[in-house]
Design a protein around this ligand. Structure first.
Ligand code: 26Y
Length: 818
């Protein structure tokens, strides 16, 4: 527990020691560092204590292996989880500072792209809160997700130098460094009749871990996020120069420098870059070496590994862990194949986050083999044995099955297949997604090994996305429920249902939304310079920009509404603010064009006085975890409009729901389960079902020209893409978007995401939204229903399911738990 007097003194002392200043002279940034170090001090004993308890209780440990951890800012979250928000705010006040201002000084660590990385961060929060021993293992990218600037309507990427001034919550742990080897060749030696595999002529780097504390909520538990940095092993020396190793030393120096330099900003898109495979192997090899050493410091029998260790592969990105663990067991521990296989397959579990074919990692064999020669031999052996199994099982159609299932095929290493074949568990991230995996994408595997498949519907942490993001609402809930138990038991929110018929409570709830809208209005004014009317409906779509997520459908609909306003005097609409936030992968043309389109539409509409501000369009620059918190709390309507079957789960949808925003969406991903919780009447569902989409896809799609020719309002909107209406200086600006909707383009179909097909039903759903909003009481009920029904979507529930079905962890007991 935080002692106010001590904290105050610690902050003042830190300011002195760090900056030679007294508190009244300190800048906000200096106070941020001073406070952060003080908070770290209060955490450190519990951190040590937690890891002593791991050892003492010989706990089974989960290693969550992930290329991405989109953790967001730590200070505010740590203060929340220490249960000290009010005390710290008070202390800062006395020192003349505002806690939110100070939190704003922190860089926003964006070591992830989007959903998958943020899920990993939520899981760490829940694991610690639920007392489960776990490490997050990842990469200490020197540059995280780029910062987005909008210039003249176009996205510009700016490097995110998040550790420039030092990050106060990490600790470098040089004593746990490991060597990771790349390239070279494998020599086989015969030692006492046993083959020994020796990698030689390789290049190597040193992997150095940095640990960040992950606090449980008021339980004294502090787990670690361990991210690996790279350093060159050899510094240039004359000696090497003389030996002719100069070139090699230089290469190693370079490798270390580039290896962890930057996060690949691709979301759901595989690019096949060699450096990325190097990143994968680098952090995996280091994490596994460390996990085995840690295990061996307590156990002498390596066969016990599956009882004490489990590795969760966050999508295929860390799948090289499978052959790497095999290598360590075979070559370092001296086990035979069957022993090593037995252990590996009982330690590895795989989560699939997408069915988009362009997201599947398939490494060219040549590249894989030259970078990881020994690991590749092992992959070959795994494949060979699996293919034998296939032939055994399917004697009549072995060739066809091999084509569909072999790990090595067509010159490629298919990472997902390796994960499925080896691991003991394969899970999807929402019910619908798991069903699609079982019956479409992975149906051959499901048929062969059904026992491995299971669903784990995603969740989010209420500590960050309710307590921290929306203190007004969480205080109100605490008051209404007479308890703050929902902080660790989200289903308690259902207690709010008793207020659905209480006008006064509904008014209070709506007033909180209004206050949060004012907070966002202020943010938008400060960051975008746009005036937004807080009485308008805040209709929000924030997520990565991707064609399947259909931001394009949203903006086309805005264009359609604008035309109606302009052309039809009788058309009356409730004022709406359409808010977008999205980063596009730097090389994703269509996504970038969509950003430009949104901004061009915003320019025209926001400056048209004749519509009396009925429509505003806002593109929030640099959407990231910190501003997301402000945005979710302020939203009236949640746009979840992916082409059905494409969004594995979505987690933004849950954050909106928790904060009281009804969904307008398709029956896709976790939307399906959200509707299950709130009921059909409390959601605005439209569009093709996933079955219908899949049916069209299997039958050559549909013809968007039929819609173009028969629906004049849609046609007008489409023509505005190419007649300069929104791009007077360049009528061709949006030609590619236009073409993508109407012409076959590299695909065998046009409009592959069914935007025109779903347009009318989307427009209709929006009419329903407006109708509902105009009835203030109905809206209040609907909004409160969202929050009251959000209990299922806590990542605490998700983690308990992983523990029960996959990880089988035991809760750690902490003697000094509060
Ligand atoms: C191929 C590689 C470069 C790659 C990189 C990032 C592939 C995929 C990704 C990211 C995928 C991702 O974020 N998937 C999202 O995972 C969320 C958590 O499960 C889901 O909610 C969301 O629907 C899904 O798109």
């Amino acid at each position: 527990m935080i002692n106010a007097k001590e904290l105050k003194k610690a902050i003042e002392d830190n300011v002195k020691v760090l900056y030679r200043k007294t508190i009244d002279e300190a800048s906000k940034e200096q106070v941020f560092y001073a406070l952060s170090y003080a908070i770290k001090d209060t955490i450190i004993d519990e951190w040590i204590n937690t890891h002593k308890a791991y050892d003492k209780q010989d706990a089974k440990i989960l290693y969550y292996l992930s290329m991405e951890f989109l953790i967001g800012r730590a200070l505010g979250n740590n203060i929340i989880n220490l249960g000290a928000r009010k005390e710290v705010a008070q202390v800062l006040n006395e020192l003349g500072f505002d806690l939110t201002d100070i939190e704003d000084q922190e860089s926003d660590p964006a070591l992830g792209n989007g959903g998958l990385g943020r899920l990993a961060a939520c899981f760490l929060d829940s694991l610690a809160t639920l007392n489960y021993p776990a490490y997050g293992c990842g990469i200490r990218y020197h540059y995280g997700m780029f910062k987005q600037k909008i210039e003249n309507g176009y996205q510009k990427e700016v490097p995110d130098d998040w550790i420039k001034n030092g990050y106060p919550f990490e600790i470098k742990r040089s004593e746990y460094s490991y060597i990771v080897k790349f390239g070279g060749n494998v020599r086989v030696e015969n030692v006492n009749g046993k083959e020994k595999f020796i990698q030689e002529n390789y290049g190597s780097v040193k992997a150095i871990p940095y640990d960040m504390p992950v606090l449980g909520y008021e339980n004294g538990m502090v787990n670690s996020l361990r991210i690996w940095d790279a350093e060159a092993i050899t510094n240039f020396s004359l000696e090497q120069f003389d030996k002719g190793d100069y070139q090699k030393a230089l290469e190693q120096e370079n490798l270390a420098k580039t290896l962890v330099e930057v996060l690949y900003p691709n979301d759901n898109h595989y690019a096949g870059k060699e450096l990325r495979l190097k990143q994968q192997y680098f952090f995996i090899s280091a994490s596994l070496q460390r996990a085995i050493d840690k295990f061996k410091s307590h156990h002498s029998d390596i066969h016990m590994l599956p009882q004490k260790v489990v590795f969760q592969l966050n999508d295929t990105h860390p799948t090289v862990a499978i052959p790497e663990l095999m290598r360590l067991l075979l070559d370092e521990e001296g086990l035979n194949w069957d022993e090593a296989w037995n252990i590996t397959s009982r330690c590895m579990a795989y989560t699939n986050h997408t069915i988009m074919s362009e997201a599947l990692e398939k490494w060219p064999i040549d590249l894989f083999k030259s970078l990881l020669p020994r690991v590749y031999q092992i992959v070959e052996e795994i494949n060979k044995r699996f293919v034998m199994q296939i032939r055994d099982r399917y004697p009549n159609n072995a060739a066809e099955k091999e084509k569909k299932m072999a790990i090595l095929y067509d010159g490629q290493v298919r990472m997902a297949y390796m994960a499925i074949v080896t691991g003991f568990s394969v899970n999807g991230v929402a019910k619908l997604h798991t069903e699609i995996l079982k019956h479409q994408e992975l149906k051959d595997f499901y048929e062969m090994m059904p026992e491995k498949f299971n669903n784990k519907t995603n969740g989010i942490t209420q500590r960050r996305f309710l307590l921290h993001a929306n203190p007004l609402l969480s205080d109100w809930i605490t008051k209404k429920l007479g308890s703050d138990k929902f902080i660790t038991d989200l289903p308690q929110l259902s207690g709010l249902k008793q207020y659905l018929n209480d006008d006064k409570s509904l008014e209070e709830f709506m007033e909180i939304k209004y206050q949060n809208k004012l907070r966002l209005v202020k943010y938008i004014k400060e960051h975008n310079g746009i005036d937004v009317n807080p009485d308008s409906i805040f209709d929000v779509q924030v997520k990565r920009l991707h064609e399947y997520k259909r931001q394009l459908l949203n903006i086309l609909h805005v264009m359609y509404l604008y035309n109606k306003l302009k052309n039809n005097d009788g058309f009356n609409m409730y004022p709406r603010t359409f808010i977008f936030g999205a980063k596009a992968a730097a090389g994703y043309r269509r996504a970038k064009q969509t950003i430009k389109l949104i901004n061009s539409v915003a320019d025209v509409i926001n400056n048209d006085r004749s519509i009396n501000g009925k429509i505003k369009v806002v593109f929030i620059e640099d959407y990231k975890v910190s501003n997301a918190e402000i945005i979710f709390a302020a939203a009236d309507v949640s746009e979840q409009i992916s082409t059905a079957s494409k969004e594995a789960s979505g987690t933004g949808n849950m954050k909106f729901m928790l904060n009281g925003a009804p969904t307008i969406g398709t029956m896709d991903g976790a939307n399906v389960e959200i509707v299950e919780e709130v009921g059909q009447d409390n959601a605005f569902i439209f569009g093709l079902s996933s079955d219908e989409v899949i049916e069209y896809e299997n039958n050559g799609g549909y013809d968007p020209m039929v819609i173009f020719n028969s629906d004049s309002e849609i046609r007008t909107v489409l023509m505005q893409l190419v007649n300069g209406f929104y791009s007077p200086n360049n009528t061709e600006e949006f030609r590619e978007i236009y073409d993508s909707l109407l012409k076959k383009q590299g695909h065998d179909r046009a409009d592959v995401y069914f935007i025109l097909k779903d347009f009318r039903s989307y427009a209709k759903a929006h009419e329903e939204v407006e109708k509902a909003y105009r009835d203030r009481r109905r809206w209040g009920e609907m909004a409160l229903t969202q929050t009251a029904c959000a209990g299922k979507f806590s990542s605490d529930r998700t983690i308990e399911e992983y523990v029960r079905d996959i990880w089988h962890l035991t809760k750690l007991r902490l003697d000094n738990a509060k």
